[in-house]
Design a protein around this ligand. Structure first.
Ligand code: UD1
Ligand code: UDP
Length: 360
């Protein structure tokens, strides 16, 4: 039976790479579909190049739009693709609109779905990701979880335990595979940063969409930059509002374009602290032992707080927390969450190949 992977955004590429590689090693017939939700070279091509992902068999070129328009266009395009490719299983990743559209299109064609990164919950339905992940988990036949909490959420929502697997974290597979390539000193030179610096990423709608929220973020970061130089690879989503809020003019703030994976992780690895609202970055800092301050009120990844370096902060808490972190200096990395050991892709491939044998 054929496996069809659907990816569309930056975090999808990072998560899919080890799964595609492991299934490739197992000799699986695979098709890789890119939805085109992310399309800038810096948001897409660079990841395929750096992570050794095969060139997509199809790029649906859906592009940007409202949630309704994007999801609707994705449904139509993916439905046609599924008809032609006739996969035995569709594999979807994370919680983006491409993930939901692919799971729904497959379910309506009675094609089983495997969800990689199942069971995460922020319990905040104002986040588009929370809507997507809840619906995808309802539709999925195979549920691959990164943490015991996620398994618990799925069980409480009635998922069959026989279809739920704790496999570890494929995003961390990718990190560990490329660890030797992360070169903080080289990255520091390239981006003209002092020895001690912080990395910032912001792209959640709650932080960057509304001009007033963007101004609040810019104010907080401007103040933080008095304690620590900040390099800010800007996601295109916040480009306009954060520029309009004057972030570029703040002393000690280095606004740059979105980075390739190796360049980004090189900077993170050498950072004194990271300030973010990203999902993936909370996990990556945990494994690298870099202090992470998450500018959000909830996290769907609580293991990064209990087993890692992550801390949720409000705008008013951020600067004091940053100063405290800098005073404390580097700490020994924690052991990290269970099974974040670089073997998640292999575990997923094992379950998938066994499943295919029983469903051919
Ligand atoms: C999406 C995901 C989010 C994830 C993020 C990862 C959804 C609902 N959201 O958010 O969960 O954390 O990806 O990065 O799926 N744009 C470009 N170039 C691109 C892509 C986007 O300029 O290559 C701009 C467009 O103006 C677009 C905006 O960014 O309107 C938002 O893109 P979109 O894909 O809708 O959502 P993200 O904010 O990227
Ligand atoms: N990332 C990157 N370059 C950047 C910012 C992020 O390579 O400039 C990587 C990051 O390491 C992580 C992934 O992109 O692996 C996460 O993407 P993002 O924060 O956009 O999405 P989220 O995890 O919040 O859905």
């Amino acid at each position: 039976g054929r496996v069809l992977h659907v990816v569309g955004t930056r975090p999808n590429f990072v998560k899919a790479a080890p799964v595609v590689a492991a299934l490739g090693m197992a000799g699986c017939d695979q098709v890789l579909v890119h939805t085109g939700q992310h399309y800038d070279t810096r948001m897409s091509d660079v990841f395929f190049r750096q992570l050794g992902l095969p060139r997509p068999d199809t790029d649906l070129g859906v592009g940007s739009g409202s949630h309704a328009r994007q999801t609707a266009d994705l449904l139509v395009a993916l439905d046609a693709e599924l008809a032609v490719r006739a996969p035995a299983l569709v594999v979807v990743y994370g919680d983006v609109n491409s993930t939901l559209a692919a799971a729904l299109a497959a379910a309506k064609r009675d094609i089983p779905v495997a969800h990689v990164e199942a069971g995460l919950r922020s319990f905040d339905m104002t986040m588009p990701e929370e809507v997507n992940r809840r619906l995808v988990d309802q539709l999925a036949e195979l549920l691959f979880a990164t943490s015991p909490e996620a398994i618990g959420h799925l069980a409480r929502e009635g998922a069959d335990p026989a279809r739920t697997y704790l496999v570890g974290n494929p995003m961390i597979d990718t990190l560990l595979t490329h660890l030797d390539l992360f070169d903080p000193a080289a990255a520091r030179t390239t981006y003209e940063l002092p020895e001690r610096y912080g990395v910032v990423t912001l792209h959640r709608p709650a932080n960057v969409d509304d001009p007033q929220a963007a101004r609040a973020a810019a104010r907080t970061l401007t103040e933080a930059a008095r304690a620590l130089d900040l390099v800010v690879p800007l996601h295109p989503r916040g480009r306009e509002t954060l520029h309009a809020a004057g972030l570029a003019a703040a002393p000690g703030v280095h606004l740059i374009e979105p980075l390739g994976y190796i360049e980004f992780m090189s900077l993170v690895r050498g950072a004194a602290a990271v300030i973010t609202d990203s999902g993936g970055v909370q996990e990556e800092t945990t494994v690298l032992g870099v202090p992470c301050l998450t500018l959000r009120t909830t996290t769907e990844r609580p293991v990064t707080v209990t087993h890692g370096t992550n801390r949720l902060v409000t705008h008013t808490e951020l600067v004091p927390a940053l100063c405290k972190t800098l005073d404390a200096g580097p700490s020994a990395p924690a052991e990290g969450p269970p099974l974040w050991d670089g073997r998640a892709g292999v575990r997923i491939a094992r379950v998938v190949t066994r499943w295919l044998e029983h469903h051919d």
